[in-house]
Ligand binder design. Structure first.
Ligand SMILES: Cc1cc2nc3c(=O)[nH]c(=O)nc-3n(C[C@H](O)[C@H](O)[C@H](O)COP(=O)(O)OP(=O)(O)OC[C@H]3O[C@@H](n4cnc5c(N)ncnc54)[C@H](O)[C@@H]3O)c2cc1C
Length: 398
């Protein structure tokens, strides 16, 4: 009987476990996580902060699923080290776990840049359900919030807090919002919409210091402006969790490096999801974690699937703002692109050799799935490229 051990029960780890069970009905599957919940929708943590949902509503798998699938889920258990020669892992409380096949699906953590004062009480970053609990709890006694970082996650966290009645100011180093998802025109539109919702923005602004005695009271920007703050949320990107790469002798750089079968350089050890680097890239998105987990799990159990990459696509989950963006959005306007802009919407598709390589849809995301599918499949759209953004275009024809 094969012993499968998976570290991390997020989208990658859970989809891997499911795939292993499909291939191997009798193998022993142990799923280890340092968090205290079964698999949950990490991407919906902002709804917990705003108070829109209870924790139980975030669960994607209940205890019964693990029982039915005969998966041994060990919550609140951290893996601290391992030995690839002996094929063992060691947990923080000293248990040894042997494996025949191992998957590292350890995800990523929030990157906190070295800002003076970031260790003060009332300064947070959002990654885990525990972070969301801490943020929601502190927010009860806070009125003003400063968010450092105007990326997708920052805006969504800010929206969670705005809905909970807080006054939110977003500080972004770039001169526009969502620098990786929006070009100048799109970002300007989004800013206007969000200002109407009650957000304040400081763009092209750098935080100099987080001030306060024990707990935060203000954020000082370079140039001297002081923003009053009862709490601060830093949202400056993520970094893969690679602590186990060294002890296990795994090649790693931006993430744990894997080939197209999701294998690392050590026999019988795989990596998937945010923790993995594939062709120089850690993806950091849920669909990639799901797909990689499924492929890694299948291969661990003797199957033969290959991974070719996932189209980078993002949607902003803020009610009242329809925004989706994917691929190369051609910020410098150097490629062949088509735009459509009126009072309500801003849309752009970017083309290269007759194929769509990027798109922005703000105000109306109809057709986004078909467009990203055409991007992934490299469909030749030369014949319809001038019509795609026209009213009434049949996206199914792509
Ligand atoms: C608030 C928020 C909103 C997001 N919104 C979106 C979105 O809209 N769209 C999108 O595509 N992506 C979104 N993301 C990113 C998405 O959540 C991740 O890409 C995805 O969760 C990655 O899944 P994963 O399984 O690789 O890792 P994770 O979900 O991070 O799971 C890894 C698990 O492993 C555990 N772990 C790590 N190390 C150890 C160890 N040594 N021992 C035991 N356990 C360990 C971690 O605690 C964690 O539970 C969002 C992320 C956040 C935080």
């Amino acid at each position: 009987m094969t012993d499968y051990v998976i570290v991390g029960n997020g989208a990658a780890g859970t989809h891997a476990a499911e795939a292993i069970r499909k291939e191997d009905g009798g193998g022993r599957i142990t799923l280890v996580t340092d968090e205290d919940l079964p698999f949950y929708y990490r991407i919906r943590l902002n709804e917990l902060i705003s108070g829109d949902v209870a924790e139980a509503d975030l669960l994607a798998k209940k205890e019964a699923w693990y029982r039915d699938q005969n998966i041994d889920l060990r919550t609140s258990t951290r893996v601290d080290g391992g030995d690839a020669k002996k094929k063992t892992l060691v947990t923080a409380d000293g248990q040894e776990l042997g494996y025949d096949r191992l998957l590292l699906a350890t995800g990523s953590h929030s990157f906190v840049p070295p800002i003076k004062g970031s260790e003060k009480k009332g300064v947070f970053a959002l990654r885990s359900v525990q972070d969301a609990r801490d943020i929601a709890s502190w927010a009860k006694k806070a009125e003003t919030v400063v968010l450092i970082g105007g990326g997708l996650l920052g805006l969504e966290t800010g929206n969670g807090l705005r809905k909970a009645g807080k006054q939110v100011t977003v500080v972004e180093f770039f001169p526009r919002l969502l620098p990786r998802q929006l070009d100048v025109d799109g970002a300007g539109r989004l800013q206007q919409i969000m200002e109407e919702m009650g957000f304040s923005f400081r763009l092209g602004a750098k935080t100099e210091e987080i001030r306060g005695e024990d707990a935060v009271t203000a954020v000082l920007l370079e140039g001297g402006e002081k923003l009053s703050a009862d709490m601060v949320v830093i949202s400056a990107g993520v970094r893969p969790n690679m602590e186990l790469a060294e002890p296990l002798g795994l090649n790693h750089d931006k993430g744990i490096q894997v080939n197209e079968r999701l294998e690392t350089n050590q026999p019988h050890i795989y990596a998937a999801g945010d923790a993995a680097e594939f062709r120089g890239m850690p993806y950091g998105i849920w669909p990639a974690a799901m797909e990689q987990g499924k492929i890694a799990g299948t291969n661990m159990a003797g199957g033969d699937l290959t991974y070719g990459g996932t189209t980078m696509a993002n949607t902003l989950k803020v009610v009242g703002v329809d925004l989706a963006s994917a691929g190369n959005i051609d910020v410098e306007n150097e490629l062949d692109s088509r735009t459509l802009s009126d009072e309500e919407i801003y849309k752009k598709i970017v083309l290269e050799n007759g194929r769509i390589v990027g798109c922005i849809m703000l105000g109306d995301t109809k057709g986004f799935n078909q467009v990203t599918k055409a991007m992934s499949e490299k469909t030749d759209v030369s014949a319809v490229k001038d019509e795609i953004l026209r009213e009434g275009f049949d996206f199914k024809s792509l």
